[in-house]
Design a protein around this ligand. Sequence first.
Ligand code: M6R
Length: 357
Amino acid sequence: EKGTYPHYMLKEIDEQPLVVRRIIQEYQNEAGELEINADILEAMNEADRIYIIAAGTSYHAGLVGKHFIEKMAQIPVEVHVSSEFGYNMPLLSEKPLFIFITQSGETADSRAVLVHIKELGYNALTITNVAGSTLSREADYTLLLHAGPEIAVASTKAYTAQMAVLAILADVTARSKGLMQNLDLVKELGIVANGMEVLCDAKEEMEEIAWQYLTTTRNAFFIGRGLDYFVGLEGSLKLKEISYIQAEGFAGGELKHGTIALIEDGTPVIALATQEHVNLSIRGNVKEVAARGANPCIISMKGLEADDDRYVIPVVNELLSPLVSVIPLQLISYYAALHRDCDVDKPRNLAKSVTVE
Ligand code: M6R
């Protein structure tokens, strides 16, 4: 139940620190080390390439998951939108492992791919929030998100839970391969949970940002580079699905290849700056859009901030920044929808789980 909350979405946003802490506990052994079922580890270790299959927000979590698995466990990963996989099927490697990411475990587009790859004789791991769901039952292995029921159509806590579980999967696989990891994931996820709490307490600031940038606009852009680009994609999906503002997320470097033509006086451009190696270039992009009249809103991470940043999130490990930097975008979307009198939990034309192809 939503208790004192006006909407499930706001409740679910607020649950995120708790969910991350619960995930750590669920995947910790008695010695306090992160652990993954031995069969899953074996499948990860045998794979010469991983194919992540997902839709919507889960696809966006997959993009970040690819980064985790490649950086930590050094296994090549491809991420595919499930509805396209059938038509644009890649040449498969010799020993592929399929990972299905799905909050509900019922998404028909993803299930169609699962059925197909099982016919081909390949192994599948489903990462889902719903034990006993169709995609969990039909896959060889399951990892649970432990996020608790997600009721709002707009996915929030499932997205951060998916990234946390993918980070754990990548970390444990890497260690089992003897790859040295220079991050203590339990500690870093603890810092993430604390950072999330700070952001959940920043609702008034987020409401103000929504008010200032998004109350009357027809469109909005999200830009970022590296991991921030993926979070921007998720931010734009959140905004469009609940506030009906036409929103687009794209890589900062792509601006000059077309999208900059859309910038007009007052166009809101939300830029993420949480990655040190691209901090200067994303700020360069902000200058380019500002020079054409855009209304830029920079959300940066402490240590990388500049004077005119609109909000500065607490420091977390750069690799894990998407788990924290998405929260302002979730809250901004929530308040934008609220100000525009939209039905936040049940946006028009959408269902919580999409059980038709
Ligand atoms: O249950 P799933 O994770 O498979 O659902 C996938 C998408 O339908 C879902 O993430 C959708 O994009 C959300 N409404 C986004 O907030």
